[in-house]
Ligand binder design. Structure first.
Ligand SMILES: [Zn+2]
Ligand SMILES: [Zn+2]
Ligand SMILES: [Zn+2]
Length: 143
């Protein structure tokens, strides 16, 4: 009876990101925004090589901008205050401080802005994109 060949050991868990989703976190070293595939446990920053631990899956992260130094901070959603690791300002984690995203109206770059802002200026092309369209917009669409 020949012994069956077992050429390749089966990998225990195939490393696939469901839906191709990516997570975001802020580098603990240089404060750059990093993207990582869902399932990663740590991210090595390409800029400063600092390794930042990824919060466990299921942890809902929120973002806010530090009132002291305007650094983008990440915190676990539900927290009431966040201390900035740069300037040690304690920021209240209110909805009003949170960060929203919009695509630049000109170059489609993903921009972040402080929730409640009327417009956001693209750092790449300097195009000003209006956000939070008000229902009583002065723009009239003729049809
Ligand atoms: Zn970094
Ligand atoms: Zn700060
Ligand atoms: Zn742009």
């Amino acid at each position: 009876m020949p012994v069956p060949l077992a050429p390749y050991p089966t990998p225990p868990v195939p490393f696939t990101a469901p839906n191709g989703t990516q997570g975001q976190l802020v580098c603990s070293g240089c404060r750059n925004l990093l993207l990582y595939p869902v399932g990663a446990t740590s991210v090595c920053c390409a800029v400063c090589n600092a390794v930042t631990a990824v919060p466990p899956p299921g942890t809902e992260m929120a973002q806010l901008i530090c009132g002291g130094c305007h650094t983008l901070l990440m915190y676990i959603r539900g927290a009431t205050s966040v201390q900035c690791s740069c300037c040690h300002t304690i920021n209240l984690a209110l909805e009003a401080n949170q960060v929203a995203h919009v695509n630049c109206g000109n170059c489609q770059m993903l921009l972040m802005y402080q929730y409640g802002a009327r417009s956001v200026k693209c750092a790449v092309c300097n195009f000003v994109t209006s956000v939070g369209a008000s229902p009583s917009s002065e723009q009239k669409f003729t049809n």
